[in-house]
Ligand binder design. Structure first.
Ligand code: CA
Ligand code: CA
Ligand code: CA
Ligand code: CA
Ligand code: CA
Ligand code: CA
Length: 461
């Protein structure tokens, strides 16, 4: 389903495109949608191509209906009506039962003390654009240089072509045409051939495999370290995270498929200094899910079901097949579908944040990392003097560790759907925001700013 993000309509397009005629009498059992929504003060948009009406109520809850269909979405949930949504004399009419549900949703969260909050930041740097047009840049991962953090690197995917390595100024250092690489992640100190190496791994949609490399920090060079390909059982590999269990010391590849499949592979040295992957857990989500992030300290993982919301699971292979909790629902307020990239900000003493790309609202939702993942705020990355803002973000990554003078509290990295250069749209890229700017918006105490990703501590149960 195509969601429109420009919900602010000009009167002109409304008059031209939106099925209107408030005067048209509703059919028996039906209510006119547009005039009703206008009375509620909702914003709405008509997509001529898809014949859909997308609306956002004043409390932020969103919905979508399609002419000729019984299926609708409201407040992050799919439903089915007895009758089809109709177009009568240019007026969109919905079954009265749906109109009742809309007015019920509209009545929620009046004077809500926990209403979503939004703040704005700007990016300091952007990477060079990827080599392919259309929707190509996808998911970044931050590799921290332990010896000289200012020389840290970004390792990112181009889902039309491979893996790219950038420096912190956004300059491309390496390009590996390894296939349609979707999501990527990395971990430190993987035991291999008697020593410890930093590894990066990614889902490869060309070969339907999980690819694993060692990372040479100085040059950003990646080396294939697999004994044999790790071939997935699912129809199309998609979302990805690594997980280093501080409970067992073991490393895992966590994989999501385009049809909601989940697979967990234990990664280990085969005895000859090469990596093998062994399937140790699998389960099924209801719908397409991509965003995935594992919390090594708490032994948990978060999954973004794109149209639904965020789930929290155990990350351990014996952690069960059902979620521990639902963190949030994509009802349009804090999260608007698709829910995409997820990442974890490790703060001191087990505190920190879970961040999620709310693609439909061009923003990022922030939750507490610990406990019940209480909602904190949303933020947007707006146009700045040097770098354009972000929209419809796929992958994100964050690090709460100083990366030199420019990024003393770390960075947040975000894919951008529409990369502008002198007002013209060029190929996509990744934006770097100094964490300081986000910390300010979140009122994060400065003391919680530094956690070395190589020195994580087991916490919780
Ligand atoms: Ca995209
Ligand atoms: Ca997606
Ligand atoms: Ca979707
Ligand atoms: Ca942009
Ligand atoms: Ca993606
Ligand atoms: Ca730009």
């Amino acid at each position: 389903m195509k969601l429109l993000h420009a919900l602010n309509l000009t009167a002109l397009t409304a008059a031209l495109l939106l099925p209107s005629a408030a005067s048209a009498a509703a059919e028996p059992g039906y209510e006119p949608l547009r005039s009703g929504l206008e009375t509620l003060g909702a914003k709405l948009d008509w997509d001529d191509e898809d014949r859909t009406v997308v609306f956002k109520l004043k409390n932020g809850i969103s919905g979508i209906v399609t002419i000729g269909e019984k299926e609708y979405r409201l407040a992050g949930k799919k439903g089915e009506l007895d009758g089809e949504v109709r177009l009568v004399n240019e007026s969109t009419q919905v079954p009265a039962a749906l109109w009742k549900l809309i007015t019920e949703e509209n009545g929620k969260y009046q004077n809500d003390p926990k209403a979503p909050k939004f703040f704005e930041v700007q990016a300091a740097v952007e990477t060079e654009a990827v080599a392919n047009g259309e929707d190509a840049a996808d998911d970044p991962a931050i590799w921290v240089d332990g010896a000289d953090p200012s020389k840290s690197k970004l390792i990112a995917t181009n889902k039309a072509g491979g893996v790219l390595v950038y420096d912190l100024e956004g300059k491309q250092l390496q390009s590996y045409p390894t296939g349609k690489m979707n999501n990527i992640d990395l971990r430190y100190d993987f035991p291999l051939g008697g020593s410890k190496v930093d590894i990066a791994a990614a889902t490869n949609r060309t070969t339907n495999t999980i690819d694993v490399w060692s990372v040479s920090g100085e040059t950003g060079e990646l080396k294939d370290i697999l004994a044999e390909p790790i071939a997935s059982k699912m129809s199309e590999v998609y979302g990805f995270s690594l997980y280093h269990s501080l409970r067992s010391g073991k490393f895992y590849a966590l994989v999501l498929g385009k049809k909601g499949e989940f697979e967990q592979y234990e990664l280990a040295d085969n005895g000859s200094g090469k990596v093998t992957g062994k399937l140790v857990r699998e389960f099924q989500l209801e719908t397409q899910s991509e965003g995935l992030a594992a919390d090594d300290e708490y032994g948990t993982m978060y999954i973004a079901e794109e149209d639904t919301g965020i789930w929290k699971y155990s990350a351990e292979p014996d952690g069960g097949l059902k979620p521990l909790a639902q963190v949030d629902i994509a009802d349009g307020r804090r999260l608007q579908d698709d829910v995409e990239g997820l990442t974890l900000y490790y703060g001191a003493d087990g505190q920190g944040y879970l961040l999620a790309s709310s693609q439909g609202s061009n923003s990022y939702a922030v939750y507490k990392r610990e406990g019940a993942n209480e909602y904190v705020s949303n933020f947007t990355i707006e146009d700045g003097p040097a770098v354009d803002g972000t929209s419809e973000t796929d992958g994100i990554d964050v690090i709460g560790f100083g990366l030199g003078a420019k990024y003393q509290q770390g960075i947040f990295v975000s894919q951008d759907d529409a990369n502008l250069e002198n007002g013209e749209k060029i190929n996509q890229n990744f934006k770097i925001v100094p964490w300081e700017a986000i910390a300010k918006g979140l009122n994060t105490p400065a003391a919680s700013a530094q956690v070395d990703p190589r020195k994580l501590v087991k916490r919780g149960e």
